[in-house]
Design a protein around this ligand. Structure first.
Ligand code: SAH
Length: 342
């Protein structure tokens, strides 16, 4: 099998080059072609000798995603991309333009095995984990496509990032590497459905990233009805892990709470939620659910959403309501991919 060199850090790449009888500075050159200039072929690495380029083609894989579809919103500049991986699997990524910078939402797996009831990305199960290179490439291809620097990355697309822990960690270190794209870790957000042991592991990695927790419920019972992962890790265990994460990293936790009409959007839910997270240094992001099957889960009306927000605020919780973007280019997360593979 060819060596996946875009998933390696500079030191590891150097070792590969040394084993091919090359000098260390070649690794620095190749690393820059891949991670700064984002070339898509070895032939474009013009400061390498013809002989070295041949050796690289023979022994190494240069992971590049193929853009299959792009849907651009006419309303707000949001764009959804469908990329093909080299084995034919498809993944989805989203570009969002904000006042504070250009943000990309990436997938961490092809498919997902977490089974959240309201989520389109998990309906076909997990195909496979993405490599660090495949995660990086989503950002690189989008940056090249829009012709402007990406400053923020959220790992909130298809897949459970903490179910692909080692590759996620490599990705985080590569994308924040000063010799690579050099995205500040403070501008990186990883969203998890709550794989507790890996949250604790992540807390000890010495990172400055933001951890977002998909909470979505105000009690263990209600969470269980929406998210099978709650069978494995009980809601209080999850909240304890959040406390631990904050204690170790000093990074404020984000809780994502998808408001589902008639399911988790009552005044009592707001009170219980506030009770659960009181005292934690955190912030709640309310997301009116994107319906994936007609009728099953519906968005609450705007008044219910605003009432829920006000109640939390009165109870001392910092809250935002996620602004819906790209309304004209396909409903919920994971739906572009799903339509293509069915
Ligand atoms: N597996 C990770 C990251 C991917 S999902 C996680 O669970 O956090 C990213 C976010 O989108 C999660 O908060 C998820 O619960 C939410 N989400 C998924 N489907 C949704 C839908 N139909 N409507 C609203 N939010 C949804």
């Amino acid at each position: 099998m060819k060596q996946d060199i875009k998933s390696l850090n500079q030191k590891e790449l150097e070792e590969v080059l040394l084993s091919m009888g090359e000098k260390p500075f070649r690794a620095r050159q190749i690393y820059q072609w891949m991670h700064v200039k984002h070339v898509t072929t070895f032939d474009e690495m013009t400061n390498l000798s013809a002989g070295l380029k041949e050796k690289l083609k023979e022994n190494c894989e240069l992971t590049v995603l193929k853009q299959q579809i792009v849907q651009r919103s006419k309303l707000d500049g949001t764009a959804k991309y469908l990329f093909a991986l080299s084995d034919g699997n498809m993944i989805e990524s989203v570009y969002m333009k904000y006042k504070h910078g250009n943000s990309v939402c990436i997938s961490s797996q092809a498919g997902c095995r977490m089974g959240c009831r309201f989520c389109a990305s998990t309906l076909g199960g997990l195909a496979r984990n993405l490599s660090p290179a495949e995660m990086l490439e989503q950002v690189y291809r989008i940056q090249e496509d829009i012709g402007a620097r990406i400053s923020h990355v959220v790992v909130m697309g298809t897949g459970e990032p903490l179910d692909n822990y080692d590759n996620l960690l490599k990705f985080i270190r590569l994308i924040s590497d000063e010799h690579g794209l050099n995205i500040s870790q403070r501008n990186l957000t990883v969203s998890t459905c709550g794989i507790v042991p890996n949250m604790i592991r992540l807390a000890g990695e010495g990172l400055q990233i933001t951890l977002a927790i998909s909470l979505h419920a105000s009690s263990q019972e209600k969470r269980l009805a929406l998210m099978p992962i709650a069978n494995k890790y009980e809601i209080h265990e999850l909240l304890d892990a959040c406390k631990e994460y904050f204690a170790q990293t000093g990074r404020r936790i984000t809780f994502e709470y998808s408001l589902v009409g008639g399911v988790n959007d009552t005044a009592q839910d707001a009170r219980q939620l506030a009770g659960l997270i009181r005292g934690l240094n955190c912030h709640v992001n309310l997301i009116p659910v994107n319906p994936i099957e007609e009728g099953r889960y519906v968005q609450p009306d705007t008044k219910t959403v605003m009432d829920f927000k006000d109640r939390l605020e009165k109870l001392g919780i910092t809250v935002t309501v996620r602004r819906e973007m790209g309304r004209d280019i396909d409903g919920a997360c994971g739906q572009l991919r799903r339509r293509q593979i069915l």
